[in-house]
Design a protein around this ligand. Structure first.
Ligand code: NAD
Length: 443
């Protein structure tokens, strides 16, 4: 079978490695160019609970290079599913099935909204603890369960055949007649620990051991259980508190990925996990104040400081440098006030530039445009910029995003990739706009 994994991050790489190990033709498709390059050059190494193997597979940032596949697996985070589904179109033939496999509520619906109801099916993975060690190298702690089902209605032959393919690659797979049950069983556990561990910066075991922390975590789970019941979803367990405690006791040292994302300054899946409970609760007439409060706190933490937002942007875009220049009123100098730097990259902080009004790019920014350049040599007539180019052997690409306050250009975020040329995707520019909105709120 030809299988394309779109979003070959931590989990997508585990899927890709094991499915390729079972003899399938697998393509890893990701917007992270360094990871793709490493897989092309050295193969994909998957290490951990399933063993240690390196597989040679196709890898690309451009889905058209992979061509039509029999199965497309969307393995991005929930908030990236729409964009990934849009990017996946060149992978689709008339019979191609799309498996959308995220935590939380809403990933497969987002995929179906882009690709149509007919071809999208649902997956939920539990107990993997996967993380990327380095480009081309992933590790996973566990190997527990992959749940599969149709978006509505009972298990069909096509779900059974996908399940067989995954079982053949060594996964434990359970198929469900009822998609809501499939999703909510995992969600009840996720809402207990994701939000609470993230707000407190604690592991699952530490939350279990602290009666106050546990009272919040268990209330989040009870609310989710009550909402599920009110929506008519029959779950496998009657006592949510006991169920969630048993789930947590099996993995006391683990940090939920939401906490890992917060720590790395990356956007979290809060709106699809705890944030989904008050939303669904409103539909069912069941209030969910614990989940609502925990979600608000995680969103506040997610906003973080300007430094954290810029560092998150640098990591998310695999950039070498992200700078924030702020206007000096009356001077129009825009010195670099905050920056996030990759290893070995020197600082430009506090360096003043020439009068930016003379720069062509600033005229565009003042018009509200975001400037995306894949090769920016010669774009600026600015001594400090040219010193940077000399030091780092050229600037391969940059995205410059304006930040306005009261219709005035107040600050500029620039993302720089130094050295090798690089093309930006629409997702990259959207990520910069989101970061600019967060910085605007913090200025
Ligand atoms: P990840 O961030 O490691 O991987 C996502 C990948 O998707 C990244 O490499 C990113 O570059 C890529 N991506 C995003 N948008 C893209 C696009 N438009 N086109 C191509 N690639 C794109 O995330 P993860 O930890 O693998 O998690 C994926 C999902 O699985 C999440 O919903 C998560 O909650 C769930 N999950 C994760 C684990 C785990 O142990 N990591 C376990 C169970 C479930």
């Amino acid at each position: 079978m030809k299988i394309a994994i779109v979003g070959a991050g931590a989990m997508g790489s585990v899927y890709a490695g094991l499915l390729a190990g079972a003899g399938h033709e697998v393509w890893a498709i990701d917007r992270w160019a360094e990871h793709v390059e490493a897989i092309r050059e050295r193969g994909l190494r998957v290490e951990g609970a399933s063993g240690d193997r390196t597989v040679r597979i196709g890898a690309t940032t451009d889905p058209a290079e992979a061509g039509e596949a029999d199965l497309v697996v969307l393995a991005t985070k929930a908030m990236d599913v729409s964009a990934a589904a849009g990017a996946a179109r060149p992978l689709l033939g008339p019979e191609t099935l799309v498996l959308s496999i995220q935590n939380g509520l809403g990933g497969p619906d987002a995929a179906a909204a882009v690709l149509g109801d007919e071809r999208v099916v649902v997956g939920v993975a539990g107990g993997f603890g996967a993380s990327l060690v380095a480009p081309g190298h992933v590790h996973h702690n566990g190997f527990e369960l992959v749940r599969l089902g149709e978006r509505s209605g009972p298990v069909t032959p096509r779900i059974e055949s996908v399940a067989e393919v995954w079982r053949g690659a060594g996964f434990t797979v359970r198929t469900y007649d009822d998609v809501d049950r499939l999703v909510w069983e995992k969600l009840v556990c996720n809402v207990a620990f994701s939000g609470t561990c993230s707000v407190l910066g604690r592991t699952i075991g530490e939350v279990l051991a602290d009666e106050h922390a546990w009272s919040v975590a268990s209330r989040c789970a009870v609310e989710a259980h009550e909402v599920a019941r009110a929506l008519g979803i029959g779950l496998d367990f009657g006592d949510a508190v006991a169920h969630v405690r048993a789930f947590g006791e099996a993995i006391p040292g683990a940090k939920p990925s939401m906490l890992l994302d917060l720590e790395a300054g990356r956007p979290t899946e809060i709106d699809f996990i705890n944030g989904a409970i008050p939303r669904e609760g409103a539909r069912a007439g069941v209030p969910a104040p614990f989940n609502e409060t925990v979600s608000a706190l995680v969103r506040a933490l997610e906003q973080g400081t300007i430094d954290a937002v810029l560092e998150g942007l640098r990591v998310a875009l695999h950039a070498h440098r992200v700078t924030l220049r702020r206007d000096v009123p009356g001077d129009y100098a825009f010195p670099v006030t905050v920056e996030a730097l990759g290893a070995g990259v020197g600082s430009l902080r506090d360096e003043r530039t020439v009068d930016l009004r003379t720069q062509p790019v600033v005229a565009l920014l003042q018009g509200g445009e975001q400037v995306v350049q894949d090769d920016t040599r010669g774009a600026f007539d600015d001594p400090s910029f040219h010193r940077m180019l000399e030091t780092y052997g050229g600037l391969a690409a940059q995205i410059v995003t304006p930040i306005f306050a009261d219709d005035r250009l107040e600050a500029i975020i620039s993302v720089h990739v130094l050295g090798e040329p690089r093309a930006w995707s629409a997702d990259d520019t959207a990520t910069c706009r989101r970061a600019a909105a967060r910085v605007r709120g913090l200025l």
